[in-house]
Design a protein around this ligand. Structure first.
Ligand code: ADP
Length: 445
């Protein structure tokens, strides 16, 4: 087992990893930018190293600085969390070359799944269903037009290097295609320094259901059932739950089997997620694989009673997994609390938290790095907390979540708490009646 792990991340996930390390008796090193010097992850870690100025390029994405921090603290492994360098194959490679264990898959596995079009080709070969569409990158608008005609509108243009919902355009008819192609290409180029686009069928009113998997270096792969992440705003997840209210035992078996097949196709080692779109007829299509721990991993932890970060660290240290699959024994819902104003088009609201009271009680878990007096910096993402409610049934979990939200007091900045409160009261949400389009017709009262 590792002696000391450096966490190349910030915020709630850095804290999340530190907590597990402490339970495992592993020492921790936090890294931080000057904007995060008062952050809880810095205080909770055994050691902390300042990386540089606030911009990510000078701190959390600054590989030479991070490697220097590893060297001076004598850490033997790096946990990348999610975002930042978590899916950066070059970083994983540099770790290997320096004899530092990257807690995640190998650089080759990250590369195989990092680019969406390559991942899709790998899945087609492995016999996993994918969204119908073109194979390979689009060379021109003309090619896109002829392909779209073959597949049939609506179609979606997607950036092969995409993430966070960027570089995607839904196109309903040919007249819109040229403009969509040019804007998606420009957005992809600016966001990912890779303007490669591909096109696929736009699945109408789908659900986003993903399968948590784990694999070890001895070739064993298992799944830990699904998370429903259909409550999204602009293709970004706001609420996740497990099990999915749309799931049947039969569909879970099929999707679980497909996910295990997908991960086995690249001999996947570590925890990871296979994302699918599911249409109203319960057809499911591979969308992408995330080769890291995800924000919403906690709902799976609560329903299967696993510490996924611990499993991830154990796998990285060479331990084997049992290889059997795990099924939800409880119902868990997670609400992402962002420093955004839901009454003002979710505009970011950085600043100082003047008053904070966090909920507690039976069935409530809070993962957050905030405290009264904490200043939310404007440089990073706006998520400040995750509330996870757990109960025996979905209805009880929703009631627990409503109660927890009503206790949560955050003053000084605007948050998405009022949005989640209204969502928990919404009849369609309570009935489990929703797709990824749900929030498009949702108005704050
Ligand atoms: P990102 O990596 O940017 O998060 P994803 O490929 O995971 O992008 O897609 C994000 C979301 O976009 C999905 O959850 C879904 O809501 C929507 N989406 C992506 N592809 C399609 C598609 N072919 N049809 C319908 N919706 C899609």
């Amino acid at each position: 087992m590792f002696n000391k792990i450096l966490i190349a991340n910030r915020g709630e996930i850095a804290l999340r990893v530190i907590r597990t390390c402490r339970e495992m008796g592993i020492k921790t090193v936090a890294v931080y930018s000057t904007a995060d010097k008062d952050s809880l992850h810095v205080k909770f870690a055994d050691e902390a190293v300042c990386l540089g100025r606030p911009p990510s390029s000078e701190s959390y994405l600054n590989i030479p600085q991070i490697m220097a921090a590893v060297e001076i603290t004598n850490a033997d492994a790096i946990h990348p969390g999610y975002g930042f360098l978590a899916e950066n194959a070059r970083f994983a490679q540099i770790c290997c070359e320096h004899g530092i264990k990257f807690i995640g898959p190998t650089p080759q596995m990250i590369t195989a799944m990092g680019d969406k079009i390559t991942a899709k080709e790998t899945m087609i070969k492995a016999g996993v269903p994918v969204v119908p569409g073109g194979e390979g990158l689009l060379e021109s608008v003309e090619e896109a037009k002829s392909l779209a005609k073959d597949i049939g509108y609506p179609v979606i243009l997607k950036a092969t290097a995409g993430g966070g919902g960027k570089g995607m355009r839904v196109v309903w008819e040919e007249a819109e295609l040229e403009h969509a192609f040019n804007t998606a290409k420009a957005e992809a180029g600016a966001s990912f320094k890779n303007d490669g686009l591909y096109l696929e069928k736009y699945v109408e009113e789908p659900r986003h259901i993903e399968i948590q998997i784990a694999g070890d270096r001895y070739g064993k792969v298992c799944h830990l059932s699904e998370r429903d992440c259909s409550i999204q705003r602009r293709h970004q997840k706001l609420v996740e739950e497990s099990p999915s209210p749309f799931m049947t035992d039969d569909l879970r078996e099929k999707m679980g089997e497909a996910a295990v097949k997908a991960a086995s196709a690249i001999n996947y080692e570590s925890v990871g997620t296979i994302e699918f779109l599911v249409d109203k007829h319960k057809n499911f299509y591979f969308m992408e694989m995330n080769t890291r721990i995800q924000v919403e991993h906690c709902v799976t932890e609560e329903v299967t009673n696993f510490d996924l970060v611990k499993e991830q660290i154990k796998i990285a240290s060479g331990e084997s997994i049992s290889g059997r699959n795990y099924y939800p024994e409880m119902h868990a819902i997670e609400c992402r609390i962002n420093a955004e104003d839901p009454y003002n088009d979710f505009r970011p609201s950085p600043g100082k938290i003047t008053v904070l009271h966090q909920p507690g009680g039976h069935g409530v878990r809070i993962d957050s790095h905030t405290y009264a007096g904490y200043v939310i910096p404007p440089y990073y993402d706006s998520m400040i907390a995750k509330i996870i409610a757990v109960a025996r049934t979905r209805e009880e979990a929703i009631n627990t979540m409503s109660r927890a939200l009503s206790e949560y007091v955050i003053e000084g900045v605007k948050t998405t708490i009022p949005f989640h409160q209204q969502l928990m009261r919404n009849e369609d949400f309570r009935k489990g009646n929703f797709t990824t389009k749900f929030l498009e017709s949702f108005n704050m009262l």
